[in-house]
Design a protein around this ligand. Structure first.
Ligand code: CTP
Length: 405
């Protein structure tokens, strides 16, 4: 999934021949899952039509201070547009528009919106090679960089003038790749490795039967998606589940039993910064697994069980700098028991599930949790979707690194 997914993009188009490429640019933003609005300078409409860009962006295009179709001359609110955006891209940015950005020369809606925008601004210059190298242009780039704007450098090639050299607007694919990389580098968990366990474990009784539980793995998978969305490299060790991962930054390791999950976690633990154990690991497994299917005979049947290894506790024992998060499912003395588990398993945070809350627990789309840290600060959360609970947990991880950076 692109880092642009769900982002509100304001595309400012100024009047150069490269404006025709903005049709592709809008398409690529939409394909990446972004929401796009377009502001055009009057001159740019000679190179690409507002109808093209409104059709592709699925939004009306803005180009004048008044809504032209409105007889009462309703004001086009550039402040609102500027504040709406998560990111503004000015492409192509002609020499004229760049100089207006530098000087705040606000004689069109694009510049008024630019001056109102509080979000990060990128600009992709497009001009002839001598214009691109002119000291005035270069000084403008410097000033805009000082304003905090980011230049997407022009590329070399054939120019509309017939000359060949630097000045051609970066290709739409390259503009998108540039912005994606830049945004990815700014993600709060960029460079962090996170191990997550999810799902149930199956403990074999014989070749066809097992002891398992109702966990679907959804909570752990949602945590993995949230961590990956925040820039982390995720190793997701999951017991049997029908779920699939969406983000390519998640490496999914499928296991079946508690002992396989234990092995997989210890294989990766030393390399990770964070470990989150959301799996519903079986506490007991059959002491012996029959090689053949057990035939029914007597009226009653006993399986001798032995304890599985506690993965979370074992990670707590060998913890170095890892930030370790566990889950607790309690039915009585919830807070006290969860606090005891923080100490016993050497955790930094525990996420307490209460089965007494409606909409919480296994096989639901929602969860109601209380987050308790190692200082025993207790934070009860309202009933939320599991995705939102996952974001809350990952925000705690982000906060931990912000505090310790
Ligand atoms: N856990 C684990 N390995 C096990 C058992 C549990 O890693 N063999 C982890 C779970 O992933 C979860 C936490 O421990 O993070 C769950 O603890 P809980 O369900 O409360 O069970 P226990 O700690 O085993 O305690 P009890 O069942 O006695 O309440």
């Amino acid at each position: 999934m692109s880092v642009l997914s769900g982002k509100k993009i304001l595309l400012g188009v100024s009047g150069g021949i490269a404006a025709y490429k903005t049709a592709t640019l809008v398409r690529l933003f939409i394909k990446a899952g972004a929401d796009v609005q377009v502001v055009m300078t009057p001159a740019s409409k000679d190179f690409v039509t507002p109808l093209t860009l409104s059709t592709l962006s699925k939004n009306p295009v803005h180009s004048t201070f008044y809504k032209e179709e409105d007889e009462n001359g309703l004001w086009n609110n550039h402040v609102e547009l500027g504040l709406w955006a998560d990111l503004m891209l000015i492409a192509p940015a002609t020499a004229n528009t760049l100089s207006k950005m530098v000087n705040g020369n606000c004689d069109n809606l694009l510049i008024a919106t630019y001056l109102s925008a509080k979000c990060p601004v990128y600009f992709a210059p497009a001009m002839d090679l001598d214009m691109y190298k002119h000291p005035s242009t270069l000084a403008g780039f410097q000033t805009l960089k000082q304003f905090g704007n980011t230049i997407i450098p022009a590329e070399s090639g054939e120019l509309a003038s017939g000359l060949s050299g630097e000045g051609r607007m970066a290709e739409p694919e390259n503009i998108i790749a540039f912005i994606e990389k830049d945004l990815e580098n700014q993600l709060p968990l960029k460079g962090k490795n996170i191990l997550i366990t999810a799902g149930p474990t199956y403990e074999a009784i014989d070749p066809v039967r097992f002891i398992g539980n109702h966990s679907t793995g959804k909570m752990g998978f949602d945590i993995a998606e949230s961590a990956a969305k925040s820039g982390a490299n995720v190793i997701l060790v999951s017991g049997p589940t029908a779920l699939e991962v969406k983000n390519s930054n998640i490496k999914l390791v499928r296991v079946t039993s508690a002992s396989q999950m234990f092995e997989a976690c210890h294989q990766f633990y030393k390399e990770v910064d964070v470990a989150i154990c959301a799996a519903a690991v079986a506490d007991y497994k059959p002491k012996y697994t029959a090689n053949q299917k057990i035939k029914k005979s007597d009226n009653s049947f006993t399986i001798e069980l032995e304890k599985t290894k506690d993965i979370l506790a074992s990670l707590g024992e060998i913890k170095q700098n890892q930030f370790l998060i566990g889950f607790a499912l309690e039915t009585e003395n919830e807070i006290e028991n969860a606090k005891l588990k923080i100490q016993k398993k050497n955790l930094d945070l525990i996420v307490l599930n209460s089965l007494q809350d409606q909409g919480a627990g296994f096989a639901t789309a929602t969860n109601k949790v209380t987050i308790i840290d190692s200082q025993f600060v207790v934070e009860p959360m309202p009933l939320k979707s599991k995705e939102a609970v996952a974001d809350d947990i990952i925000n705690k991880v982000i906060l931990h690194y912000e505090k310790n950076s």
